[in-house]
Design a binder for this molecule. Sequence first.
Ligand code: PAF
Length: 302
Amino acid sequence: MTVVLRTLEELHNWKNAQASQKIALVPTMGNLHAGHLALVKEAQRHAEAVIVSIFVNPTQFGANEDLDRYPRTFEADLEACENAQVDAIFAPSVEVMYPEGLKITHHAEESLANRLCGASRQGHFDGVVTVVHRLFSVVEPQFAVFGQKDAQQVAVIKALIESEAFPIKLVVHPMVRDSDGLALSSRNQYLQTPEERQTALALFETMQGLAVAFHTLNQAPTAPPLNLQKAFELSWKALQPMYPLGQELQWDYVEAVDDETFEPQAFLTSNSRLLVAARLGALRLIDTLHVQELLDEAKERA
Ligand code: PAF
């Protein structure tokens, strides 16, 4: 049975009852889907006791973002956690998480905070760091499991653990995709029509195209180096007509970073991670892939 903990006292008693068992935390904002349940499974591989936090964190939403519309589906989430044999859900109120009001108490590392998603979502990562800092401090897990889908968030949390010396092992679970390749995410659930879904796939397919193009170029070392932005512009021009709502897809960024250091790269290397974000109507979509992993998978399938 999954126990539901709402106060710090309930959390404290639950932690004491775990005696010397290791605890893994899976932080979420609820509305659980198969991607979250994959994180739970990963957590269960690392620790005897798994706790899922469900808290829609107001400080990570911008003024014109969807805080009020964010789906709150506690009953379904509880059922999903019971089926997945989660030991506990920590579902605190705003007052429990922010006893001194909705203030930012911790900041994301400067070199990460305002790039990529941070550039169009000012203050977002400060909100994430503030709430995750609080979760880490009150839950005190030995492991914390995050999804690779939010690659920048992973980099921000890694920096937080290092800078605060939290004795927590960060576990990053690979992206979970639907059978058509679309990333499983709360936002992607808002895609309603087949055209919207097909167009959202353009993010993944464009990254795949770029990775393959760079790989092919690397095989021909005499070819002139191809800048990532230029390659994207050329390929999107050719690809756009293939997507039903291609004209309406507003690219926010298409970037590559070193997967280890998160340093921006103009040219891909074997350790590159591609990161993309685009708007489709009111929806903001993100996706990511590791270039070498994609090429290795393709080789295995061949
Ligand atoms: O990834 C999320 O769902 C949120 O950003 C997190 C980590 C639970 C913090 O609110």
